[in-house]
Design a protein around this ligand. Sequence first.
Ligand code: ZN
Length: 423
Amino acid sequence: MKFPKFLFLLALPILLSCKNTKPATPTGYQGQGPTPIVSTRTKPVQRQWRGVWAFQDSTVFFSNTFDGARLNGVAHDGGDQYTLWITAENTPINPSPWYGFQVWSSIPRELKLRFTYDGSRSRYYPKISRDGIYFKGLDSTRYRIINPGEGDFGIKAAPEEIEITVAVDAQPTWITAQELYTSAAVKTWVDSLSQYPFISNYDIGKSREGRPMNLMEVNGGHSKKALMIISRQHPPEVTGFLAMKSFMETLSGDSPQAKAFREEFTIFNVPLMNPDGVDNGHWRHNLGGIDLNRDWQEFNQPETRAVRDFLKQKSEEGYEFVFGADFHSTWDDIYYPIDTLVTGDKGKIVFDWIKGITDRLPQKKTNISTTDKITPTMVSRNHFYVNYGMPAIVFELGDNTPRDFLREKGRVAAEELMRLLMK
Ligand SMILES: [Zn+2]
């Protein structure tokens, strides 16, 4: 493989920083173990070089010059074959190699693209778009596993290396790890819902790179019983966001149930907890190089501090938080509630809710992994419960869960929650 010279300059710090990397912990759908205690003090991140790569007498081009892009190097292997180099913002990091780039060719041709991830695995099945808005999965006949790697369970079932074939022409083709939902796209969605008189949105802080931490408030009756809903602390976890989006749209909808619910409950929603990570195409961390969902004890990062301060302020204003949810994505659908040994009767609603969703969606079994370790808080769910007594859950959706099912699950989850809270 031949990389342009400047890429070696970029590569050096990454290669050095990888020396101390422990093997990443696999996330099986049987559930994660207890969260290890880690420092969340800011660490440096490797910013990706942004630009356009030109090959074959400037007829073939690759670009990472858009929000959500990630492409760290391109090598022309000869003919119409290329190797793509995709690296993380810093290490150690989970195996969630986000990528996103545009490719085009002034002469129509078929390119073969190999993906390499600096030791990680090919977790995300490629999504293709011609306009950067509508994405669909690559045709399976154009997807080839080069190196399956070791293991066949959970994240280990993902191949180490893949090659895809794409037909390109002068119009750019987007190739991304999941559908592209940048901070701008999320804001467009929030603004469209905010057309309703009972929905508003406002900023509760700024990210490390100065992006707004935007909060949507659904408030039909000025009730001080409140829900706190967040998502996308981890940038590639688009499926969790999509389920949350459907969940919020159902709570904001026209049904008699939703109308009655909004008279009794106020919903606070931060749909994009890590806007810098999303727009910079990060695998997991914020621009402080930190997994935000380990920072709910120390609060070293501005994104978690914004929500902490918001909750404190609302609590001082007399709001009582009755439910909290944090939407994520992982290998498969899974629920992470807190054991009722800890939460008592108050926490039962979470389990009744899970049962209600499962009874209505029997076609997909969702595993439950209960925890009784809630301090140090570190993760959002534990902060919500320990500081505000909120029955709370981490709601995980699979990377490959069909998108129509994600929408249905988000809708059913909202309907079941409204039913239980209105009882
Ligand atoms: Zn996550």
